[in-house]
Design a protein around this ligand. Structure first.
Ligand SMILES: NC(=O)c1ccc[n+]([C@@H]2O[C@H](COP(=O)([O-])OP(=O)(O)OC[C@H]3O[C@@H](n4cnc5c(N)ncnc54)[C@H](OP(=O)(O)O)[C@@H]3O)[C@@H](O)[C@H]2O)c1
Length: 241
């Protein structure tokens, strides 16, 4: 346990499993009060109980529902009085060829992995700017992109499109906010065995641990206010592409 994020509030979307769960735990370890957002209430409540209900809030919401996201952020700030860190982690991913694809799955990916990031960031931004203008003099948006946000491989077309999209959005927003102390960063993991990849990658494929990605997020948000780590690409050592 450290006190580097003591007194701060960090919202993690998709906190009910995998990278989001690990990130929420890691930020709580640093002293933050964490807001656990996801659709599966039982999972976020169980995680809040592990962290301590005095230091964790649960929000059941779908990031692809703009009004629900706006209401969730207002509820959180109403309850905590501030928002210092947003981790856009919620995501879904279906891989496969474009030919013959189920277009409804594309629509879900775009709604969650791209629009969800835009909605959460837009709703959180006024509060992040307010936090950045306060005593700590910095606030953070970190989005979990992917190696697929850099390299578009066959069968990853729409997933890669959403991740390239959040990359472009983040870089544009970073430049827009430069000088206003809201840092905008991207973490781009390679393979991590989670519920997301369970059906897509054999279990012997080299993998990171969710905690490795959580470490990257923690590194970004614990830098001193003058230093912005804009991007971390992290692969398993044995992952080729
Ligand atoms: N695993 C990998 O190899 C890998 C690699 C690169 C990047 N990533 C990225 O890492 C992020 C987390 O993925 P993961 O691997 O940790 O997968 P995961 O274990 O399946 O977690 C996905 C999380 O997103 C939440 N979620 C999904 N749809 C949502 C929605 N509509 N509204 C709110 N929450 C939603 C899920 O919670 P509920 O179902 O409870 O809502 C869950 O908490 C994703 O953005 C993914 O693209 C993963």
């Amino acid at each position: 346990m450290s006190d580097r994020l003591n007194g701060l509030v960090a919202m993690v979307t998709g906190a009910s499993s995998g990278i989001g769960e690990a990130t929420a735990l890691a930020l709580a370890e640093q002293g933050a009060t964490v807001v656990l957002l996801a659709r599966r209430r039982d999972r976020i409540e169980a995680l809040a109980a592990r962290i301590g209900t005095d230091r964790a809030l649960t929000v059941e919401a779908d990031v692809s529902d703009r009004e629900a996201v706006e209401a969730a952020v207002e509820r959180v700030v109403g309850a905590t009085g501030r928002l210092d860190v947003l981790v856009n982690n919620a995501g879904t991913g279906v891989i496969g060829p474009v030919q013959g694809a189920d277009v409804a799955q594309w629509e879900t990916m775009v709604a969650v992995d791209l629009l969800g990031v835009l909605y959460c960031t837009h709703a959180a931004l006024p509060h992040l700017l307010a936090a950045a203008a306060g005593e700590r003099a910095v606030a953070d948006v970190v989005t979990i992109s992917s190696v697929a946000g850099r390299v578009a491989k066959p069968n990853f077309g729409v997933y890669a499109a959403t991740k390239h999209g959040v990359g472009a959005f983040s870089e544009s927003l970073r430049a827009e906010l430069a000088g206003r102390q809201v840092r905008v960063g991207l973490v781009e993991p390679g393979v991590v065995h989670t519920e997301l990849t369970a059906g897509s990658f054999p279990s012997d494929v080299p993998s990171l641990h969710a905690g490795d990605v959580a470490d990257a997020v923690t590194y970004m948000v614990t830098r001193p206010p003058h230093a912005a780590v804009n991007e971390i690409l992290i692969r398993p050592s044995a992952q080729e592409r």
